[in-house]
Each structure stands twice: as structure tokens, then as C-alpha cells.
Design a protein around this ligand. Structure first.
Ligand code: SF4
Length: 391
């Protein structure tokens, strides 16, 4: 196994945003002592899980994501140090912590920076307070600016901001303002996501008419492509832009078929062609890690030498065809596209794809040499991907 990443999931949020049904538990209404006890138990369990795995990994990235890791406040600091030591993560490696504005103080940011976090990912979503409120976000744009300034003061020189477009009630002018506000700050990295209303989220009950039509959502994406590129941002992945050299190394591992170990409740791992995922809900995860038993059901997928994968709930080995299709789709997410020679050497090729690529090129959705999505293809990426799954 070569270079790899470690992802740690923190399945806690203050309250649930209206579009979200991620594997995260709202803890805002828990009494403080119960909440503190839950966090302490969870961090101890993840540390134990990290010890139970015995993988021959050489991680080069560490990502603390969620949920809202910043809810764990200063408890995250010793935890981060332990994890870095456990996996041999050094200062030259990428260590990202996700945070939500107004859940993290300047003192906490300084302590995280001091402990080795060198990249911060902030969920901003919009700079319009009425839209933030409508989404069920707990922060205003002014709260975000406080967190942003505190992050810079704490020495974070690599900050990523997440924004959402296609929100109910959001106009193209609102979106343009949000982009202008963000570009004025010049973050090193920007992720833009089209709103997807997840099953089980509060907004699932909204009528279709509440959401902007597809053409408007497409116009918002096109506007972002234009403005970010004009401001010197490199569009390197379907939904991600970075200043030169500031691409997310951790996420690049996902898009290039790299290995990663996921720790914590509901975390997913990809290890040498096996995909495994941890138990959910958190209570079940905690119970399994406490028992330390190795679930024999997945011993076909995971060698015994890899320690006790105590929290593993499910797993699958990918067939060559699955791996190949997945690798092609992930490769097409990258704006640089797919290096066909290297791809063929690693995964082989499916004969049916030549026909699909010919069809897509004729429709103006992909370019060949190298194989990559066109501007139109970026807008219809999911339809393009589907052809490789069905093909
Ligand atoms: S969007 Fe993020 S902060 Fe909001 S509920 Fe989902 S995981 Fe939590």
C-alpha cells in the first residue's frame, strides 16, 4: 500500500440544517454534561479504533470532518496530536479540520493550528443572512467574518470555504453577491455545491416549485466558473477551485482511487480495492469498539493482519469492471480529465466505452485527448457518468 489518507468522522451537529440528512446527530438540546460525556466517550472510542487497525499505511493527509468537528472545542486538540502521532503525520502533510462559523473561538483555532492543523474548511454556504436562516444555519455572515478573521490571526494560511447554490429563494444576483463577498476575502480554496435535498431532510417536504429551475442553477454554476477563473482560481474538479498549489490533497486521493481509512461512526474506507464502512448510529459504533471483536462476516474482505476492524458494519470487494467504471467517473470529475494511457495500464478498458465516448463527443459533452468534460459536459456531468455505468 502506498500513500493514503485518514478521515475521521465527527457525527455531531448543533442542529440539523434543513437540506441535510448526513450521518450526524443533533446535540443542541442535550444538557451540557451529557454532551460533554458523549464527546469524551466518542473521542476515546475513535482513538481506540485507530489503535485496533494495523494497516501498512503511509498516510500523507489527515481530515477531521463531520458533522461539525469544531463542536468538540478544545477536546479536539489532544485528539489531533494523538492521531498525528499514531499515523506518522508530520507538519509537511495536509491536516484539515472542518468547522462551522460561530462554533469555534480564536483560542480554539490557535490551539488547533499549534497542534498541527494546517488547513481549515469552513461551511459558509451563503453570505446572505436571510438565506442562511432559511437553510437552518446557526450563523450569520458577520459570525462567519469573525471566524474567518480569527482563523487568519491563528495562522491558517490555507482556508477552504463551502458555498451552496440553487437554494430556494436565491436569485442569480444573490449568488453573484455571495461570490463577490467570498472572492474579496481570497480564500485559498472554494467548494461550490448545487443544492441536493437529501432524503429524510426537512426540505424533502417542500414542493418542487420552491426550488429554482435547472436552467437557473446551471446559470449560477456558469457564472461561478467565469468569476472564479477571472480571479485566478484554478477549476480543478467539478465542484472545486483553488489558488495554484492549494488543491485539496486529501480529496484528490478520493478522486484518483487512492486508499483511505475512515475512523468513527459511519465512516467509509477504501483499502486496496475493498470498500468497508463503519457502524451507525453512534451508540452502535461505541458498543462495537468497546467489545473489540473482529466481525468475521467481513474477514473475506479484510486480511487478519490488518488488525481488528471492530467497528466495520459492511464491506464489498469491487470487481475489475466496478473499479474501472468508478475510476473513470472519478477521473472525469477532474477538469484535467483522464490520462488514457495511464488509465489503461492500471485498469484496462471497456470496449463499450469507445462507442459511448464517440457519442458524447458528438454531443459536445466530452473532449478526447485527453478525455475530459466540456463546459456543457460539466453542467450535465451526472448524465455523462451514467453512460459509463450503463455502458
Ligand atoms: S450540513 Fe453540515 S452542519 Fe448542517 S446538519 Fe449537515 S453536517 Fe451538520
Amino acid at each position: 500500500m502506498s500513500s493514503a489518507g485518514i478521515y475521521t468522522h465527527f457525527p455531531f451537529c448543533q442542529q440539523r440544517c434543513h437540506y441535510c440528512s448526513f450521518r450526524s446527530q443533533a446535540v443542541g438540546s442535550l444538557p451540557e454534561d451529557e454532551r460533554e460525556a458523549l464527546f469524551a466517550e466518542y473521542l476515546a472510542a475513535v482513538r481506540k479504533e485507530a489503535e485496533l487497525w494495523q494497516l501498512p499505511l503511509k498516510p500523507t493527509t489527515l481530515y477531521l470532518g463531520g458533522g461539525t468537528p469544531s463542536l468538540l472545542k478544545l477536546h479536539l486538540v489532544p485528539f489531533l496530536k494523538v492521531l498525528k502521532q499514531r499515523f506518522g503525520i508530520g507538519d509537511h502533510h495536509e491536516v484539515t479540520v472542518e468547522a462551522n462559523p460561530a462554533t469555534v473561538t480564536g483560542e480554539e483555532l490557535a490551539a488547533l493550528r499549534e497542534a498541527g492543523a494546517n488547513r481549515l474548511s469552513l461551511g459558509l454556504q451563503s453570505t446572505h443572512n436571510n438565506l442562511l436562516e432559511a437553510c437552518g444555519r446557526l450563523h450569520s455572515f458577520e459570525d462567519f467574518l469573525e471566524t474567518w478573521n480569527a482563523a487568519r490571526r491563528a495562522g491558517f494560511e490555507n482556508v477552504s470555504l463551502d458555498l451552496i447554490y440553487g437554494l430556494p429563494g436565491q436569485t442569480l444576483a444573490d449568488w453573484e453577491n455571495t461570490l463577490a463577498d467570498v472572492l474579496a476575502l481570497r480564500p485559498e480554496h472554494i467548494s461550490l455545491y448545487a443544492l441536493t435535498v437529501e432524503e429524510g431532510s426537512r426540505w424533502e417536504a417542500l414542493p418542487q416549485g420552491a426550488f429554482p429551475p435547472d436552467e437557473e442553477v446551471a446559470a449560477e454554476y456558469e457564472l461561478a466558473c467565469e468569476l472564479l477563473e477571472a480571479d485566478g482560481y484554478l477549476h480543478y474538479e467539478l465542484s472545486n477551485w483553488a489558488l495554484p498549489g492549494k488543491e485539496s490533497r486529501h480529496n484528490l486521493l478520493y478522486w484518483t482511487g487512492g486508499d483511505y481509512l475512515g475512523l468513527g461512526a459511519a465512516a467509509h474506507s477504501h483499502l486496496s480495492g475493498f470498500r468497508v464502512w463503519n457502524s451507525w448510529p453512534t451508540s452502535l459504533y461505541l458498543e462495537k469498539v468497546k467489545k473489540e471483536s473482529r466481525p468475521l462476516a467481513y474477514s473475506w474482505a479484510l486480511p487478519f493482519a490488518w488488525g481488528k476492524w471492530a467497528a466495520t458494519e459492511g464491506g464489498e470487494g469491487l470487481s475489475l469492471e466496478d473499479k474501472r467504471a468508478e475510476a473513470l467517473i472519478l477521473g472525469l470529475r477532474l477538469i484535467r480529465g483522464v490520462d488514457e494511457t495511464a488509465f489503461r495500464a492500471r485498469y484496462g478498458w471497456s470496449e463499450k466505452w469507445d462507442e459511448e465516448i464517440g457519442f458524447l463527443a458528438e454531443k459536445g459533452l466530452v473532449f478526447t485527448d485527453p478525455l475530459r468534460l466540456s463546459k456543457q459536459g460539466l453542467l450535465l456531468a451526472n448524465q455523462v457518468f451514467l453512460r459509463f455505468l450503463e455502458g
